[in-house]
Ligand binder design. Structure first.
Ligand code: IVH
Length: 692
């Protein structure tokens, strides 16, 4: 091979073309056909050669160059993309009866008694994307956003190997291909395992992992995540070269887009039903999550006649699968001890596949729940997984109960520290009285302290906090801020040797990671008041209450002084704080160990006085809002923060005092309650336009 430095321009151009084609072939073999023919090092050698030539001849970089797949960092927010054709959503149905009436409706609309062919497609549980091609070259990628405006994710989409950067063959001048970005079940498990090992955040399900990976400002991170796509529809096209959904899929395949192999053209209602049953059966063995089926009228001419309802097409519908259930047995009932000492029962299950996810634990909520359902070790139970929620036990199969089965006795002694566990009158939970002498409580307190909405210290994940606690490196939050000093000097006062911790020599650590951790810690030596109050981990004090307190007291000193002096009444005067919560807050400040911890912290860090930036003129000022379901454009915490900054109150439960319920995808009982109480329900888009 010729040295890059001696290549002529013509030779360089020819070689770049060869490299782009060769690597694309290899990508298709690897990512789409599962038949890799290059080894990793052969592939890396091509990649390097390509980069070297491009570095010398930057003007020769091709639109389909594999170097676009590595990603770059952007520092600002995602740009906005206005969809030239809105990205619509679909109406939902949940039963065969509803399917029947949907098909009838279509026929009635078209005034025909004949069967209409439908394309039946698995509904991929991911995030929709739109990819715009001009003259066959990928020029822009966007998320769905609110359907009208999405976010510019061009750089992130480029890192997905299955997405062609250049389309070959006959293709319309302007072509927007739409489909779903998803993460396979296996890639999701691998990513979580890796993240857990590194003490990083794990994801609840493949969909969240895909969303988190795609919405990265640093697309180099997206490039490291294994994302996949299926294409299934189009947006703007300059010339429609197909007249049916089936025909469109054939074009997609020719152009090199992945098309779901289970898409099936159905000619009768019976065939549609069969496709639904078939997919429901093989669902758990598919390598990716699906949450139902989508049926689309196959003929585009008929689609055009049918047209649209307000936000959804009349020619397509989503048929959702029922909540996923499975039968398994309870091998053990374990008691977990939380930050505030609450004893939570957890069932260890015989691992079972529930819709593609292996479930081995279920929450049993509390003592009364176990009593009410009479749940026992050894029982066969029906468990259910719905959306993000932790699996639950729906029903005990009493007829399968072993004859020697015994009622479960809830412990009155903390299984972690042996202190008494007591249950106050009117409380559902039993709590350990061991306080911080209980290791479980101490560890959970530290985890809470470093968590995202508290001090948000990256690098101190759950696993590491546990290890550090067991090894005596971290016993309570203030120890975090002396880590760096103790790393070199050691600590004469604890049982750590004076030789220093030398975290950099721990397994899997190094100079860089230790430096990063210390930087993350030092960056948090100044903290705002709401975060600080929340981080203390006072029982019942969540982010919203912490903010209320901060707003009323302005400085931590003022707050602490009142609490130490048992000024419960002053707390109760704050709108939003009840007597019960006020008692918990005051009690927290009566415990000597809490005061010692706070004073030690205040030696290490500065707590800023509260600055009120609330906009009291906003349209939601003074309103009470409940968020429910999965939001697409922002996280729940972002939405909450936004609402609070606009003067709204955010509540966790729906009541007649609620002004708005903002409903995301997969909303559950809260949305139902809102409907029942006649509370106004907003979609995420409605909410955004209300506050914009
Ligand atoms: S078609 C107008 N086909 O489901 C047609 N959507 O509620 C628009 N989805 O936002 C979409 N698999 O994210 C279509 N085979 C499929 C799909 C699919 C998953 C998602 C998509 C869309 C949502 C519709």
């Amino acid at each position: 091979m010729k040295d890059v430095l001696t290549l002529t321009e013509a030779e360089a151009a020819a070689e770049l073309q060869y490299l782009a084609e060769e690597m694309e072939k290899s990508d298709i073999a690897y990512y789409q056909n599962d038949e890799p023919y290059l080894t990793d090092s052969q592939y890396d050698a091509l990649k390097l050669r390509n980069l070297q030539i491009e570095a010398r001849f930057p003007h020769l970089i091709r639109a389909d160059s594999p170097s676009h797949r590595v990603g770059t960092k952007i520092n600002t927010d995602f740009g906005k993309v206005t969809h030239r054709f809105p990205m619509l959503s679909l109406g939902d149905i949940f039963s065969v009866e509803e399917l029947d009436s949907f098909i009838m409706g279509v026929k009635r609309f078209l005034n025909t008694a004949e069967d209409i062919p439908f394309m039946s497609e698995p509904k991929i549980d991911g995030l929709s994307f739109s990819a715009r091609y001009e003259n066959g070259i990928f020029v822009q990628g966007a998320t769905r956003g609110d359907g009208t405006t999405g976010e510019d994710i061009t750089a992130n989409l480029k890192t997905i190997r299955q997405l062609p950067l250049v389309i070959k063959g006959k293709v319309p001048e302007i072509l927007e291909i739409r489909g779903e970005v998803y993460m396979s079940k296996q890639d999701f498990l691998d990513l979580n395992e890796k993240n857990a090992a590194e003490g990083k955040k794990t994801f609840a399900n493949p969909r969240n992992a895909a969303a988190g990976s795609l919405r990265q400002l640093d697309s180099r991170i997206t490039a490291e995540r294994k994302l996949s796509i299926f294409a299934y529809t189009w947006g703007e096209v300059s010339e429609r070269m197909w007249d049916s959904q089936e025909d469109f899929f054939n074009h997609l395949k020719e152009w090199g887009f992945p098309v779901n192999p289970n898409n099936k053209l159905c000619h009768t209602l019976k065939e549609i039903e069969q496709s639904f049953t078939h997919l429901a059966e093989i669902r758990s063995s598919l390598p990716y999550d699906i949450d139902g089926m989508v049926y689309k009228v196959n003929s585009i001419a008929l689609q055009e006649r049918l047209g649209f309802l307000t936000r959804t097409p009349r020619w397509a519908i989503a048929h959702k699968f029922p909540a996923e259930k499975a039968i398994t047995t309870i091998q053990n009932i374990r008691i977990q001890v939380g930050r505030t000492g609450a004893l939570t029962p957890v069932a260890d299950l015989e691992p079972v596949n529930v819709g593609g996810v292996i479930v081995s634990h279920a929450t049993l909520h509390n003592e009364d729940e176990i009593k009410r359902k009479d749940i026992r070790i050894g029982d066969s139970v029906i468990i259910q997984r719905a959306g993000d929620v932790i699996p639950q036990v729906v029903e005990v199969l009493k007829n399968k109960r072993p004859s020697d089965s015994q009622e479960f006795i809830f412990p009155t002694i903390c299984p972690e520290c042996g202190a008494h566990a007591i249950r106050e009158e009117d409380e559902a939970v039993r709590r350990c009285t061991g306080g911080l002498t209980c290791p479980a409580q101490a560890i959970e307190r530290i985890k809470h302290f470093v968590s995202r909405e508290a001090f948000d210290i990256e690098g101190l994940g759950s696993k590491i906090v546990e290890e550090f606690y067991q090894e005596g490196i971290l016993q309570s939050p203030p120890d975090i801020f002396s880590l760096e000093k103790r790393n070199v000097d050691g600590d004469l006062f604890s049982h750590q040797s004076c030789a220093g911790l030398h975290l950099e020599s721990r397994d899997g650590w190094g100079k860089k990671s230790v430096e990063k951790l210390f930087n993350a810690i030092n960056n948090k030596r100044t903290i705002d008041l709401p975060r600080f109050i929340y981080a203390l981990g006072i029982r019942q004090v969540g982010t919203a209450t912490a903010r209320l307190i901060a707003k009323n007291y302005i400085s931590f000193q003022a707050f602490m002084q009142d609490m130490v002096n048992k000024e419960t009444l002053k707390l109760v005067e704050i709108d939003g704080i009840g007597a019960n919560m006020a008692t918990d807050i005051v009690e927290f400040f009566q415990e000597e160990h809490n005061i010692i911890t706070i004073n030690r912290l205040l030696k290490e860090i500065a707590v800023e006085d509260f600055v009120d930036t609330t906009n009291y003129d906003s349209p939601i000022a003074g309103k009470t809002i409940v968020f429910t379901g999965t939001l697409e454009k922002m996280t729940r915490s972002e939405a909450k923060a936004k609402a609070l900054s606009l003067g709204a109150k955010v509540s966790g439960s729906v009541s007649k005092n609620t002004d708005y319920v903002v409903q995301g995808a997969d909303a559950g009982s809260k949305a139902a309650k809102a409907a029942e109480l006649g509370v106004k329900i907003l979609t995420e888009e409605d909410f955004l336009s209300l506050i914009s």
